[in-house]
Design a protein around this ligand. Structure first.
Ligand code: AOF
Ligand code: ZN
Length: 374
């Protein structure tokens, strides 16, 4: 089927290319620092049909940008081609000239883009540079999917806070564990691996101190090959009950631990945790607890744009009540817990208003539903 990549309307082929570009953009998710992980595909019409002549994804660390990589691969073949970009090409002079100018200089004649860059140095200006140079620009193609892929970046730019994913595993009867039983297996191997991948692409994993005390988790990414991708671990611990002997504190030297607390910096435990290598973040809200929104602002300010809340029920409830959950990843296992089960703060029949079901995935015998704030 020869579908030209040159029409002035968004075609089915354009959509397919954009879907591929968005999937490709996940390649460096969580590894581009404060830059979003963006992808570019350069497609040229040939007698044999359209051919991808250049591919690029934002490099690890955030530079070079996706367009630079894709144009380098395409070389002369970029002349007259279409570029599929998951984010509006930049218009500012960073350590290299703007990507919008680079696309023009390379002779790209058509740009299909997924989402506008909210960065004030770019927003709309990237498209304007292209259009002024006579490049045809089509925007908002699969915008929701691109926004999903770079949700952390967009949240930081638009609201100046970190993006929150609430992850929960529920038994078939809607429980998250059994009272006094510590960690109970609810989901299978495949879901566990998927969770570790979620950890690997998050900047921060957050739990409450109750979970740290009950389960003594390590919260690292332990998939073969991805061990170095463990995120920062953060414990909400207003009264500093986190034991120095916990796995978290014991591993603080290799994988950072942040303890958010309302305790005084003069307290002995504050100093002890700090001496053990934890970073302490002082916080206080009107009710004496940890101010969650402030915490998320503070994290974004430190360059942490994505937070995954992993437990327990009380912490989940606090984020939900504060309206600070942006995405819910809900695994449901095949077995019931029955007696002494701990109720979940929500289940698939009881998702708060304002969320849409974005995806349903099947891992072994488990179902994973992803809900996205509308
Ligand atoms: C693009 N392509 O692949 C990415 C873009 O510090 P700098 O100079 O790298 O600029 C960071 C900004 O670049 C970032 O806020 C966002 O506006 C844009 N990211 N742009 O054209 C890319 N990652
Ligand atoms: Zn750029």
């Amino acid at each position: 089927m020869n579908m030209p990549a040159s029409s002035s309307k968004v075609s089915e082929f354009d959509r397919r290319m954009m879907a591929a570009a968005i999937r490709y953009s996940f390649r460096h998710l969580g590894r581009t620092g404060t830059n979003p992980s963006v992808a570019t595909l350069i497609v040229r019409d040939t007698e044999a049909g359209p051919v991808i002549v250049g591919r690029g994804v934002t490099a690890i660390g955030g530079r070079p940008h996706a367009e630079t990589e894709a144009l380098a691969e395409a070389g002369e073949l970029a002349k007259g081609a279409t570029a599929y970009v998951t984010l509006e090409p930049c218009a500012h002079h960073g350590s290299t000239p703007p990507c919008a100018n680079a696309l023009v200089a390379a002779g790209i004649k058509r740009v299909v883009a997924a989402t506008t860059d909210p960065d004030h140095r770019v927003s709309g200006k990237g498209y304007a540079i292209l259009r002024e140079a006579g490049v045809e620009v089509l925007t908002d193609v699969y915008k929701a999917d691109a926004d999903f892929a770079m949700a952390g970046y967009l949240m930081q730019r638009n609201k100046n806070r970190a993006h929150v994913t609430l992850k929960m595993a529920l038994s078939a009867d809607g429980k998250i564990g059994r009272k006094g039983a510590g960690q109970v297996a609810i989901t299978g191997e495949e879901s566990r691996a998927a969770t570790h991948i979620l950890r690997a692409v998050s900047d921060v994993i957050l739990i409450g101190v109750e979970t740290a005390l009950a389960d003594d988790p390590e919260l690292t990414c332990r998939l073969p090959g991805l061990e170095s991708r463990s995120p920062v671990r953060l414990v909400l611990d207003s009264r500093l009950r986190l034991p120095l002997s916990s796995r978290l504190v014991q591993s603080a030297a290799t994988t950072p631990v942040i303890v958010a607390t309302t305790a005084s910096p003069d307290s002995a435990q504050y100093r002890a945790l700090s001496d053990a290598g934890c970073q302490l973040m002082a916080s206080e809200s009107a009710d004496g607890g940890i101010a969650l929104e402030e915490l998320l602002d503070d994290l974004a300010g430190r360059g942490y744009f994505t937070v995954m809340v992993e437990g327990g029920a009380r912490v989940a409830q606090s984020f939900l009540k504060a309206g600070l959950v942006d995405r819910i990843v809900l695994y449901t296992g095949p077995d019931a817990i029955g007696l002494h089960g701990v109720d979940a703060p929500l289940d698939a029949d009881d998702i708060p208003d304002g969320f849409r079901l974005a995806d349903t995935l099947f891992y072994g015998r488990d179902v994973c539903r992803i809900y996205e704030r509308i």
